[in-house]
Design a binder for this molecule. Sequence first.
Ligand SMILES: *Cc1c(COP(=O)(O)O)cnc(C)c1O
Length: 368
Amino acid sequence: MGNIGETALEIDLSALEHNFNLLKTTLKKETKFLAVVKSFAYGSDMVAVAKKLESLAVDYFAVAYVKEGVLLRDAGIKSPILVLHPQPINFGELIERCLEPSLYSPRILRTFLKTAQEKRQTNYPVHLKFNTGLNRLGFWENDVDYILEQLKDTNEVKIASVFSHLAASEDKNEQEFSLNQIESFKKTAAELSVKLGYAPMRHMLNTSGILNYPDAQFEMVRSGIGIYGYGNHPEIDQKLKSVASLKTIISQIHKIEPGESVGYNRGYKSDGYRTTATLPIGHADGISRQYGNGKSFVSVKGEKAPIIGNVCMDMIMIDITGIDCKEGDEVLIFGENSSAENFANTANTISYEILTAISQRVKRKVID
Ligand SMILES: *Cc1c(COP(=O)(O)O)cnc(C)c1O
């Protein structure tokens, strides 16, 4: 691969395929796979990622909002799309674009039924979300009778699935809590099936859940971070490949004398003769100010170069003293052998946040 030439996020679709296949090997043959592609496919390229996964026969997609599902339909994605967190104002568009809502509260159920009725739908696929301990979205377990009451004598919707979400799937110390969530989900799903007279699909596991609670696959699993190359899991992380690599180049090199400073507010003060490089990427591109002032490193010719001084809107400065490099050379912020998880950890955050923070100003370069 040639020099990237500017700041760009490389999206490696062969790494995506590798991760998808690897995660599938941890599942029973009949378990369906839902790929979570919300927030631009975790900051990468939602359409490129969804098209690739559709070609690999993924079973379902999930997005957070209706607008994201519309982008997928506009791009020609035909697979079922679950919208995890829709709002009533968008229910009309959701139905027009054949998106499938998560119904997560009495208010949402009632408003959706009303829209489905107005649009003369029959058996429109919907998904019931139950809260089993995360306390974020979802019906209470004792809402089952209320739900059935609402659905009685209606044929506007059909429950395609019932699902819940673990609060601490990556944390082995919370295993007991997670197992309790799984048990109560099982009970609720069973009660619902009996009372409905048919058995919707059940799904509960995100990526860490897939790796830590293989007995709770039910009929489908939902993976986001894993398909992008991160599993919150030491062994699996070795085998997953980073889909997104953030690269840039050296715009200019400066020789700094003792006592000189670099950047706004003189954030960095030199105690010796240093060589610094200025890079065309800043907090407006998603590298927040927490990464500055020596906390985080980028990689130049395979060597670590600390980000010095304050992160600017459009630039960062790095210390390249002793590294054999020149203006125009490529710099790796994260990806490949320098994971987004490690980079995020230097600023006390997680891979999810840095990946989804890379702003739309940064060019996406898809490699198949
Ligand atoms: C985002 C999300 C996921 C994906 O979680 P990962 O940890 O990225 O695999 C799964 N389920 C729900 C409800 C989500 O919001």
